[in-house]
Design a protein around this ligand. Sequence first.
Ligand code: SAH
Length: 263
Amino acid sequence: MTQPPRSHGRKTLRPSVKPRALMEENPHIVGAWQAQVITLFPEVFPGVLGESLTGKALKDGLWHLDTIGLRDYGMGKHRNVDDTPAGGGAGMVIRADVLEQAIMAAKERAAAPQPIFYLSPRGVPFNQKIAQHWASEPGVTLLCGRFEGVDQRVLDHFRIIEVSLGDFVLTGGEIAAQAMLDATVRLLPGVLGNAESAVEESHSSGLLEHPQYTRPAEWQGHAIPEVLMSGHHARIADWRRAQSEALTKQRRPDMWAAYHKRD
Ligand code: SAH
């Protein structure tokens, strides 16, 4: 028997199954951002997303996380999801027919139509811009591969876009999915305590962030830069900006060039 998809945080509430009065009482729950993850390992979710700010937001219903276990759609007694690669070679490939059923289940379960992405080292490199774009959608469905990956026909048929966490090869897509969801969820309204903090950080402003310090004022003979202790807000802002620019110029000439082109 197929298990129902697992839900994390508050249950997804759909207008069709939900009394009107409750909808009105909790309007933020109905329209909440929804992540769906298709994976062979649903038990690793919410994982790190269940902690700290993203975890609190999940509990508060600011976003939903649903997992769709690929094994539930496996073939035969052993619920096989993979088979040997056509044309030969090492490893196994996740079957198109198994994936199709999981994807259809995700589509059915989505509160609003949402794009599907496949976590893949061949994909476009994930970045802050993509996180911002995802945050502006009603939600996203992420497909985590394992083994040698998934049957290409499924990617073509459903027009699934591939996204990469970076130029390295992971054993599966789950860590990449959690990383990308973390970056996205913290951009949703109300998730970060101080709305300013998402605007000024590295990769949002086009510059890397300035160094940060906190108490004690002196540690191992090192003092906090004097200007930060001055209480002079304009001077502090100037100092931070100069530090940001110097760091970006030194560490990320590519970002520095793009930053100047923008002006
Ligand atoms: N044979 C594939 C790699 C498969 S790795 C290739 O050479 O391209 C197994 C799974 O891990 C992939 O299906 C993918 O979902 C995930 N994965 C591996 N590296 C990743 C990365 N850099 N970003 C996102 N997902 C990745």
